[in-house]
Design a protein around this ligand. Structure first.
Ligand SMILES: [Fe+2]
Length: 372
């Protein structure tokens, strides 16, 4: 199991400012954010109290998402053909709902949402615009990862009228950074200084304003309407949303031996139940060996991928559950020229808990996927 560590403490306000606010809580509302029940990891210095709830709303069409199909089997999905929807959809999920593979396809701004079920790591395939959160805004481009901690409100606004697709994983267990230990450069797989953190902003509000947010808890959506739009004057802590460009990820490489995908881990849960790997441009000794994984593997291709050559392409994904052998497809093996630099961009979500495709995933399934 790969050890993990928390993300570095970041701060967007001067220390003197936070100290002053700490002793002025009555007039400067503060919000504590905690990743687990261990105390507050981050403090937000709000412009307005966030908890002034006015009323609820519901959306019966969004309430029930549990439409899984079993048994599980190796499959491929044309993810980029998914129809737009203002909220993330579930492609695969574990029986207990603790792990889900999500797709968020937008043709307009998303709703404001809170995922109370877990942390999310989203990968932008074609998403280009800004995520807004109470921490501030994040600029996101294609090929960026976006991390949204559990319970942090978020909304995406596209920079252009175009299809915007994010593919992601939701984990009920805290997602952290892999720790490759003291013998490898601290910037592997990336430096925390390259995490793009939100820039706080103030929102002018009047007494007539209100703000609605869809809350997902156990995959049932309920709308909460609060008095104030979320903003903050600054924040400090180790739990925060961020964006990370694949250009700032430095993959390990070996020219005499094939590296196991664990070497390409960029996010992981402490127990090893969930992890995310990025297969990026690098020197590659060989195509993967045949194997039967210890985890279910969902692989999304942002560019053509050597081991899947000729079978599936950019915008598609493959799914290989535990219990089924897989490896490079025969055509890819035939065409492999030996150790070389590959220009790949693929993202893998691994889950120890068995994942099952939903009806939505079945609608996107590429028929007759056999060679893997
Ligand atoms: Fe695999």
């Amino acid at each position: 199991m790969l050890p993990v560590k928390p993300f570095s403490v970041r701060q967007t306000v001067a220390k003197e400012f936070t100290n002053r606010l700490s002793f002025d809580g009555a007039s400067r509302p503060q919000e504590g954010v905690c990743a687990e029940k261990l105390g507050f990891d981050t403090t937000l210095y709000r412009s307005h109290p966030p908890a002034l709830l006015k009323r609820f709303g519901t959306d019966p069409s969004m309430e029930i998402r549990r439409q899984t199909v079993s048994p599980s089997y190796p499959a491929a999905f044309s993810v980029s053909t998914i129809k737009p929807d203002p909220r993330p959809r579930i492609l695969l999920e574990s029986r207990d709902g603790g792990v889900k593979v999500l797709a968020m396809a937008l043709d307009a701004d998303s709703d404001w949402m809170i995922n109370a079920d877990g942390d999310m790591v989203l990968f932008s395939y074609s998403g280009c615009g800004r995520f807004y959160t109470p921490f501030g805004e994040l600029r996101v481009d294609p090929m960026d990862f976006v991390y949204i901690p559990r319970g942090v409100p978020y909304q995406f606004q596209g920079a252009a009228v175009m299809a915007q697709l994010f593919i992601g994983i939701e984990s009920s267990e805290l997602i952290q950074k892999p720790d490759f230990g003291p013998y490898i450069n601290a910037d592997i797989p990336y430096s925390d200084q390259d995490l793009q953190v939100p820039i706080p902003f103030s929102v002018l509000t009047s007494s007539d304003d209100e703000w609605g947010v869809w809350v997902k808890r156990a995959d049932i959506w309920k709308k909460a309407i609060y008095q104030y739009r979320p903003d903050c004057l600054g924040w400090r802590g180790s739990v925060y949303p961020f964006a990370l460009s694949v250009r700032d990820i430095h993959p390990l490489s070996a020219h005499t031996k094939h590296l196991d995908p664990t070497a390409y881990t960029v996010f992981a849960a402490a127990s090893g139940s969930v992890s995310v790997q990025a297969f990026l441009p690098r020197y590659l000794h060989s195509l993967p060996y045949y194997h039967m994984g210890s985890h279910d593997e969902f692989l999304f291709l942002a560019k053509p991928y050597a081991a899947r050559g000729g079978i599936v392409g950019a915008g598609d994904a493959t799914f290989h559950p535990q219990g089924f052998y897989h490896g490079p497809n025969p055509k890819a093996l035939e065409e492999w020229q030996g150790p070389q630099r590959v220009d790949e961009c693929a993202v893998m979500f691994e889950s120890r808990s068995p994942l099952f495709p939903t009806v939505l995933a079945q609608e996107l399934e590429i028929p007759d996927y056999r060679y893997h």
